[in-house]
Design a protein around this ligand. Structure first.
Ligand code: SAM
Length: 246
């Protein structure tokens, strides 16, 4: 199993000292089995949608997403997510409307589904140009294991954040959206886990929010992109010397 480990000393005074960052270029269905029970503070992930996703209208072409042609893995995966999370934590699962019913049913077998949050983008996508309204939103299934209270001011459940240009991944999410989600329901130094990290958006957001991060990506190309993005975020946020890392 190939993995890259960074451990660094944080230089902000309220931090606990060292932060942990682990990213794996492997199959998360295998990786998650190795994680101990009740150890993760939040899962923030954007799993394959089970719809053989192909985005229209982009200049840059991307490869097909692994494990996106069926959802046979879903039940076991959700069960494992529940097992590795600590009690009294909140988590987020991005989801396309196509299979949101299947995702919700699988998730609520274990978790308390608190809401289906809406990410409202700044402009709409293509979709069926003549047979449907122009798509402008995506959905996020928001869950509790036990109970977790919101941190700071309560905001509404429609998140207005600009979409990305998907330059690095066909379903790339914005870091400011993920940071908002992380900060509202986890604490400084908590461990955020993204089993399907794609281009590493959750990792960058976790670092920028002062959280520890564990990430996994099966596709070599996306793993390399995630690795580079995360490395840059580490160096930028902590202003450390690269020679301290390798
Ligand atoms: C919907 S995309 C996530 C994109 C991400 N949110 C971003 O901003 O770049 C899902 C990712 O999961 C990866 N994937 C699919 N099956 C996997 C598995 N078994 N283990 C790890 N990664 C997997 C795919 O290669 C894909 O990059």
């Amino acid at each position: 199993m190939l993995h890259i480990i960074y451990i660094w000393i944080a230089n902000s005074n309220k931090n606990k000292g060292a932060y942990l960052l682990l990213i794996y270029n492997t199959d998360c269905f295998e990786l998650i089995k190795t994680i101990k029970t009740n150890t993760i503070d939040m899962i923030l992930t954007d799993p394959p949608y089970g719809m053989s996703y192909v985005s229209g209208g982009r200049k840059e072409k991307h490869d097909k997403i692994a494990n996106d042609d069926n959802l046979d893995w879903l039940d076991n995966f959700i069960k494992e997510c529940f097992r590795v999370l600590k009690d009294n934590t909140a988590s987020y699962f991005f989801c396309s409307y196509h299979n949101i019913d299947i995702f919700k049913r699988a998730i609520e077998k274990h978790f308390n589904v608190k809401d289906i949050l809406v990410w409202e983008k700044n402009n709409s996508g293509m979709g069926d140009l003549t047979g449907c309204f122009a798509p402008k939103v995506e959905f996020i299934i928001f869950v509790h294991k036990g109970r977790k209270n919101i941190i700071g001011k309560r905001t509404d459940n429609i998140f207005k954040f600009k979409k990305t240009d998907n330059a690095m991944h066909p379903t790339q999410k914005p870091t400011d959206l993920c940071e908002h989600m992380i900060k509202k329901f986890s604490d400084d130094g908590d461990i955020i886990f993204d089993p399907f990290m794609g281009s590493g958006t959750t990792g960058v957001s976790a670092i920028q929010s002062g959280r520890d991060f564990i990430g996994c990506e099966i596709d070599d190309k996306y793993f390399k992109i995630a690795n580079e993005r995360i490395k840059k975020a580490v160096l930028k946020s902590k202003q450390i010397n690269v020679n301290d890392l390798f």
